[in-house]
Ligand binder design. Structure first.
Ligand code: HEC
Ligand code: HEC
Length: 290
């Protein structure tokens, strides 16, 4: 209930004239500096809304036309332009030439590491260590298709059995049981022979019979002694490195139904400079050959 404005006897402050249940309200206005700062903020916000994009609608830009997303694109483009002279040199060099030039090599390894993490680690593992199920390790010196700079570049650019490049790497092992080339006992004998290559045969007579079958059916691709053949991407069977598992059931399965690992072709997806950087990076993982 409004009453008349008077001075509060205790504090000496004026009252507003409002009284509730006998309690009076003192008039203590905001400090001037606070109030003016507040007004200034409102004015600033009003100007900001006009100049900069302030509404979350498509195309709702302010008068200045500045858009955060475009600013990012510009910054990225500037960074790419700064990188371009180096990228051009890498694009036009061979992986071997890049590896021989310390400056190019450092740049390529750094870029290759990022491109590998983005595109390859999902299948080949973060450090290129590979995974059971057909994903070869790229960090050892056991190569299916070849470990020279050029061979690695070729594999990355054109892919393997992906049907994405005319020069892709391709070879198909027959499905010996499924296609009726061998009977199940013959598959078993051949598997025993394959096991014997790493000293693990459990049935000497079967391995003996398997040796003949191997010469007739397998040696053309895998070599007489199972040493493998990079021309047709036939892995070595005489080491203890297996794409699909080296226990007997896995080997029987490989022979009976065959395997055909697929790797995408990266030539159509990545900059030629990035392919070169990846080749240098993979070569440097540990198993690169001359
Ligand atoms: C979808 C899974 C997948 C992705 C992604 C992938 N690879 Fe592969 N890669 C494979 C498979 C499977 C093989 C083995 C093919 C075979 O059995 O011959 C392979 C083989 C290779 C080989 C040949 C190895 C050898 O021993 O000769 C190289 C080199 C290679 N990959 C590099 C790369 C690089 C570099 C990338 C990234 C740009 C990449 N791969 C991405 C699945 C993949
Ligand atoms: C036309 C060529 C060809 C012939 C013939 C062939 N292979 Fe293969 N073999 C391959 C290729 C290529 C691969 C690799 C498939 C892949 O990388 O996915 C392979 C893979 C294998 C594997 C799996 C190796 C691993 O590391 O897991 C075994 C085991 C094998 N072959 C055994 C045989 C046996 C035994 C025979 C004969 C009965 C035979 N192959 C005949 C081409 C051939």
């Amino acid at each position: 209930m409004p009453t008349k404005i008077e001075k509060d006897s205790l504090t000496g402050t004026e009252t507003t004239g409002h009284v509730w249940d006998g309690i009076q309200e003192l008039n203590t206005p905001l400090p001037r500096w606070w109030l003016y700062t507040f007004y200034a903020c409102i004015a600033f916000a009003a100007v900001w809304v006009v100049i900069y994009p302030a509404f979350p609608f498509q195309g709702a830009t302010g008068l200045s036309g500045w858009i955060a997303r475009e600013a990012v694109v510009d910054t990225v483009r500037e960074a790419e332009a700064r990188r371009e002279p180096m990228m051009a040199r890498i694009r036009s060099a061979t992986p071997q030439q890049i590896a021989d030039d310390p400056e190019l090599r450092n740049f390529a390894i750094a870029g290759g590491r990022i491109a590998f993490a983005n595109n390859c680690a999902g299948c080949h593992g973060a450090g290129g260590q590979g995974a059971v199920g057909g994903f070869p390790s790229l960090a050892d010196d056991d190569w299916i298709w070849g470990g020279s700079h050029d061979a690695i570049r070729e594999t990355i650019a054109h892919g393997i059995r992906a049907g994405e490049s005319d020069s892709e790497r391709i070879s198909m092992m027959p499905r010996f049981l499924a296609d009726g080339v061998l009977t199940l006992p013959q598959v078993n004998d051949t598997a025993e022979f394959v096991l014997s290559l790493t000293g693990r045969a459990t049935d000497a007579a079967a391995a003996e019979r398997g040796a003949t079958l191997f010469t007739e059916n397998c040696a053309a691709c895998h070599g007489e002694a199972g040493e493998g053949n990079r021309d047709v991407g036939a892995p070595r069977l005489s080491d203890r490195i297996w794409l699909y598992g080296g226990d007997k059931p896995s080997i029987v399965r490989s022979i009976a139904y065959s395997r055909s690992g697929v790797m995408p072709a990266w030539g159509p997806r990545l900059d030629a400079a990035v392919i070169n950087m990846l080749a240098v990076y993979v070569h440097a993982l540990g198993g690169g050959e001359n």
